[in-house]
Design a protein around this ligand. Structure first.
Ligand code: ZN
Length: 205
C-alpha cells in the first residue's frame, strides 16, 4: 500500500516480529529495487500460489521487496506487484528518522490468512503502488485477526486494528488478485474508468 499524507506519522498500533536481517547484511549481494507492475499487468489479477519452498530461498526476494517498497515510498508490498505470484507480503511500520527515512519495524508475512473481520467498517484513503496517482476512500472492517509464517518458519496469530489492519487487508487482497479500486462503489468505479483504461494502456495519469 502506498504511503500518503494520512499514513505519515500514523504508526501501527502493534506490529509483529520484525525481520532480523537488516539491509546491507546480505554479504556481497546487491539489494535491488525491482520494477513495480501496474494496473493492466495480468499477474496482479491472478490468485498467488502458497509459498512451499524453503524460506531461506526467499530472503533475497524479501530484501528486494523492502527496498522497492521504501523507494516509493510504500508501507506494504505484495510479491505479485513485483511479478512473483506467491503468497508473500512485506510491511513496515511508519517511524521516520531525522533524514526522513522510514526506520519502523519490518514485518514479513508468508502465506498470510485473515480469519476474522470486525462487523464495523471504517473509511480510509488508500493508494496502491500498482495503481499510481489514484487514491480513494475505501471502507473495510476496522479490525481483523490474521495468521502468517515468518521467515524463520514460525506461525503467528495476531489481532490488528487501525493502519495495520488496513494494510494487511490491502496486501492480502493482492494475493487474491484484488485491487483496492475493486472495493469502490459502482459510481466511483465509473468515474475512474477512463483513468484506469489509460493506465492499462501504459499511459500516465
Ligand atoms: Zn496495493
Amino acid at each position: 500500500m502506498q504511503r500518503n499524507a494520512v499514513t505519515s506519522g500514523g504508526a501501527f498500533a502493534t506490529i509483529g516480529v520484525a525481520d532480523p536481517a537488516a539491509p546491507g547484511e546480505q554479504g556481497s549481494r546487491v539489494i535491488a529495487v525491482r520494477p513495480i507492475l501496474t494496473y493492466g499487468a495480468p499477474v496482479l489479477r491472478e490468485k498467488a500460489q502458497p509459498v512451499t519452498e524453503p524460506l531461506d530461498s526467499l530472503r533475497s526476494l524479501v530484501e528486494d521487496m523492502f527496498e522497492t517498497m521504501y523507494s516509493e515510498p510504500g508501507i506494504g508490498l505484495a510479491a505479485p506487484q513485483v511479478g512473483v505470484s506467491k503468497r508473500l507480503v512485506v510491511l513496515a511500520e511508519v517511524a521516520d528518522d531525522e533524514a526522513g527515512r522510514n526506520v519502523g519495524p519490518r514485518l514479513v508475512l508468508v502465506n498470510p490468512t485473515i480469519h476474522w473481520f470486525s462487523g464495523d467498517r471504517v473509511p480510509y484513503e488508500e493508494g496502491c503502488l500498482s495503481v499510481p496517482e489514484i487514491t480513494e476512500n475505501v471502507e473495510r472492517p476496522r479490525a481483523i485477526r490474521f495468521g502468517f509464517t515468518d521467515l524463520e518458519g514460525n506461525r503467528h496469530e495476531r489481532e490488528a486494528e487501525g493502519l495495520l489492519a488496513r494494510v494487511v487487508q490491502h496486501e492480502v487482497d493482492h494475493l487474491d488478485g484484488i485491487l483496492f479500486i475493486d472495493r469502490l462503489s459502482l459510481i466511483k468505479k465509473q468515474l475512474l474508468r477512463k483513468r484506469l483504461k489509460r493506465l492499462a494502456a501504459g499511459m500516465a495519469g
